[in-house]
Write a protein that binds this ligand. Structure first.
Ligand code: PLP
Length: 380
């Protein structure tokens, strides 16, 4: 997919390979290795930058700079990394909301959000929900303290008009957080669209190899971010140095991976649309997809995930079993294609034959051929 032009400065490939690198030091590596330290030498008064391993770590610092440069290259921001996407999501929700506040969540977002909803409710926080599509969250925004957006939504791939929702929220003093997991910072820059927080699981497309869990929060307001940092310290939901370093190493190929995977996702979607047994096909990059128009206004790449429905659970299971190049696994965004029958988890309002398909970085012709062959073989 051709990258849509952005303001001046280096392109996404250049920024990806250089993100977060420290100034060169003679005889030192370009990307310093992971620093394994529970504590640091600390004579005298306990001042930073590195005191105790739950508070700070130099390997996080490099990664946090890298993610910040990708999320908001032209804005002064702060990024904090976490042990997982859920740790990052919880950090924003539980640090920014107080008993008596109201929050608006999507009702079609990541399937752990209902668990979060239960927890927030026990703390006296009012949780309202509405679908992502049609900007329906606007209808329940009145008086809320925080608006939580997941666009594109997982797994339905609906998109909302982020600028419009942010404007409405800010007009009434509410903050806005966007789950940027599916898009990655090369697909969408929530802070440039006006959001206060960009929050994501780095487990998926950001790092792309399916070998680590990570989360992050990028925000522009130091006071709000101080609350998020405090929450991380209290809960201790921190990434290990090895994971942080591996994540940073993976960022160098972000543009290569995302471009390839986006091309592959579009090719798979185009192949699927020719098949009579496929219904409910969704991919924001398809020109006639309901999400396409708004997606083109706020996204720079449409992501690796395609969703569609096969006629029955049995047909979907046969299809998944017949695939050779696509692993039947949950998660998405990795260099190896994955797919799953989403209904197996319960929780998502999807038909029994609903498939969430994540295009990897295989050769396009091989991947499309595998999908079409598996469809033929599963027809039975
Ligand atoms: N947000 C979205 C959109 C997700 O799909 C996921 C996980 O699938 C998460 C957050 C949670 O991420 P993690 O599994 O890293 O906690």
């Amino acid at each position: 997919m051709t990258e849509r032009p952005v303001r001046g400065g280096p392109g996404d490939g250049t920024r990806s390979v250089r993100a977060g690198l420290p100034e060169p030091v003679k005889h030192e590596p370009t990307l310093p290795g992971p620093v394994f330290a529970a504590h640091f030498h600390l004579p005298g008064d306990p001042t930073g930058p590195y005191t105790y391993g739950r508070d700070e770590n130099p390997t996080w610092t490099h990664l946090e700079r890298a993610i910040g440069e990708l999320e908001a290259p032209d804005t002064e921001t702060e990024t904090l990394v976490f042990a997982s996407g859920m740790a990052a999501i919880s950090a924003v929700l539980f640090s920014q909301l107080r008993s008596g506040d109201a929050v608006v969540l999507p009702d079609d977002g990541y399937q752990a959000l209902p668990l979060v909803r239960e927890q927030l409710t026990t703390y006296g926080i009012e949780v309202r929900t509405a679908p992502t599509g049609g900007d329906a969250q606007l209808d329940v925004l009145d008086g809320a303290k925080l608006l939580w957006i997941e666009s594109p939504s997982n797994p339905g791939l609906d998109v909302c008009d982020i600028r419009r929702l942010v404007a409405a929220a800010h007009a009434q003093g509410a903050r806005v957080a966007i789950d940027n997991t599916l898009a990655t910072p090369l697909g969408q820059r929530p802070l440039e669209l006006g959001a206060d927080f960009s929050v994501a699981s780095g487990t998926k497309g950001l790092t792309g190899h399916g070998d680590l869990l990570l989360g992050y929060v990028t925000g522009r307001d130091p006071e709000q971010m101080a609350g998020v940092r405090r929450w991380r310290k209290i809960v201790g939901a921190i990434p290990g140095p090895m994971e942080a370093w591996l994540a940073h190493r993976s960022l160098a190929t972000l543009q290569l991976r995302i471009d390839r995977q986006t091309d592959n996702a579009l090719a798979v979607a185009e192949a699927l649309r020719t098949r009579a047994e496929v219904s409910g096909l969704r991919y924001p990059g398809l020109p006639d997809d309901p999400s396409h128009k708004i997606a083109t206004q706020q996204m720079r790449r449409f992501g690796s995930v395609v969703s569609f429905t096969l006629p029955s659970r049995a047909r979907a299971e046969r299809f998944l079993a017949a695939l050779h190049l696509v692993e039947d696994a949950t998660s998405f965004g990795g260099v190896r294609s994955t797919a799953e029958r989403r209904g197996r988890w319960g929780g998502d309002a999807v038909p029994e034959g609903f498939i969430r398909f994540s295009a990897g970085a295989e050769d396009e012709a091989d991947l499309v051929a595998d999908v079409l062959r598996a469809l033929d073989e599963s027809a039975g």
